[in-house]
Write a protein that binds this ligand. Structure first.
Ligand code: ZN
Length: 241
């Protein structure tokens, strides 16, 4: 446990407060997509934060953890850059992996606004989406399984709420244990011309998940899980060396 805490403390200290521009590569095999933008900020958290800022912070952490192993990547947008959905997947042809980073909410029926911000303890945990309309669906699912298995190994739990049989949800669970769901019409997934997943890191309208999502160790665990999955995907011949 001490070794794990030491590793996390070291990695947290290494997470600089800057966008990882310096480690981006034009011929990157992996594309990290911080979901939403400043004007289209996504969901609001129970503490009043905007989703796009959570997405930025997590991509930043992933970038620094990738850099340690010289994993080439680029981001779809800069931290304050506006970008529509189609633009995000431009240039994905010939790339090896597209990972869209998000933070989750729940259906309106479960939400209250105690301090003016949306709050609910109905759902908690992460979720991974893949689309059967992506031309590399099988590869996408293969990568999702590797990533999910790494998250589970760190003790993270998937949210079940996307499988609920209610309007707005009712997603097919492709692997409930690993938190993988099918969502065919997510624009970035179906328009990416390479294997693609969309990751919801935590349900930020849930106060406990919101606190987790803001913590550095949580971001580092996700970054390490993603890095390990990428390395195993590469080892299996799914990524260019
Ligand atoms: Zn989102």
């Amino acid at each position: 446990m001490c070794a794990v805490q030491g590793l996390l403390a070291c990695l947290c200290a290494c997470l600089l407060c800057c966008w990882p521009q310096d480690v981006q590569s034009a011929d990157a095999a992996i594309i990290l997509d911080p979901g939403h933008s400043k004007t289209q900020y996504g969901t609001m958290s129970c503490s009043g934060g905007q989703e796009y800022a959570y997405n930025n912070a997590l991509v930043e952490a992933i970038g620094h953890v990738f850099q340690e192993k010289q994993i080439r990547f680029r981001t779809t947008r800069g931290p304050e850059q506006e970008m529509d959905l189609r633009e995000r997947t431009r240039g994905t042809q010939g790339q090896r992996l597209f990972v869209s980073i998000h933070h989750d909410s729940a259906q309106e029926i479960y939400i209250t606004y105690p301090k003016g911000f949306p709050c609910s303890d109905h759902a908690a945990g992460y979720a991974i989406f893949v689309s059967q309309k992506n031309p590399y669906y099988e590869e996408s699912l293969r990568f999702a399984r590797l990533f999910g298995a790494n998250l589970r190994a760190w003790g993270l739990r998937p949210s079940r709420h996307h499988a609920e049989k209610i309007p707005g949800e009712h997603r097919q669970a492709l692997d409930a244990e690993l938190g993988i769901y099918r969502f065919d019409d997510l624009v970035v997934l179906k328009s990416a011309q390479c294997p693609a997943i969309l990751f919801e890191a935590a349900v930020i309208i849930n106060p406990k998940d919101d606190a987790l999502a803001r913590s550095e160790p949580y971001k580092v665990i996700i970054a390490l899980s993603l890095r390990n999955a990428v390395q195993r995907f590469a080892k299996a011949g799914r990524l260019r060396p």
